[in-house]
Design a protein around this ligand. Structure first.
Ligand code: DC
Length: 229
């Protein structure tokens, strides 16, 4: 079967990463979590005091963009790639509430997006890639052979993130998380640069009431069909 490019876009916390990771592992494709890249830039901003009261020091960040190196390295224990920021593993820190609360602001900056999109296009240049994000099917790989747009209700997504944080032993309030999910949906859809929109040729997957196994099967069928065409 020929190798193709798979773009998985959609709202935050709707299980995109889990399904994209599983699919990549099953078919031997490279998996790229583009949200992790925007999260890593946000962590860099927090660590370098480039965010204060929700405001980014845009000039300083622009100047330091070429000092921000994001890479993925396979974690042999999980079989999935971990995110590294300037050589340090940041996989856990980029998932905390502090980064989650600020990432939409950083991801809305045009020069940040340009730098990330360039890197993403290089990472997927050889095809055989599953990339998840918000603008993969519309901006990063508009010619992707398979585009999936994933969605689920805000409550279902907040519950999933709540369970995820609790499982890691982090304190979390469901109400705060729900608000964060809704706020990020709004920002993702209303930002000026590359807002979250469904590509016209994307297949929609509403997984509010689907099990992981059902999703995986659905996805595999989509892949087989797209790779055969
Ligand atoms: O998928 P996620 O929740 O880890 O994404 C984190 C943030 O990054 C989210 O607010 C949307 C943004 N993002 C983006 O703007 N473009 C992408 N391709 C991926 C994520």
């Amino acid at each position: 079967m020929r190798k193709i490019t798979i773009a998985i876009d959609g709202f935050s916390s709707c299980g995109k990463s889990t399904m994209a990771k599983d699919l990549a592992r099953r078919v031997g494709y490279v998996y790229v979590d583009t949200g992790a890249m925007y999260r890593a830039v946000t962590l860099y901003c927090l660590e370098h005091k480039l965010i204060a009261d929700g405001k980014v020091d845009v000039d300083a960040l622009r100047q330091q963009m070429d000092q921000i190196h994001i890479s993925f390295r396979l974690n042999v224990q999980t079989g999935c790639p971990d995110t590294y920021l300037n050589g340090t593993r940041v996989e856990d820190r980029i998932r905390g509430m502090e980064v989650s609360a600020q990432v939409s602001t950083v991801a809305a900056l045009d020069f940040v997006r340009e730098a990330m999109v360039r890197q993403q296009q290089l990472m997927g240049a050889e095809k055989g890639v599953v990339m998840d994000g918000r603008d993969i099917g519309t901006v990063v790989f508009p010619d992707a052979e398979l585009k999936i747009f994933v969605t689920a209700s805000a409550e279902v997504r907040a519950q999933r993130r709540y369970d995820e944080l609790r499982a890691k032993g982090e304190e979390a309030s469901f109400e705060d998380i729900l608000q964060n999910v809704q706020h990020r949906d709004y920002l993702d859809q209303h930002r000026e640069v590359s807002p979250l929109v469904q590509a016209v040729d994307a297949v929609v997957l509403d997984n509010s009431n689907m099990s992981i196994a059902e999703q995986n099967e659905w996805l595999m069928n989509q892949l087989m069909q797209a790779a055969r065409e």
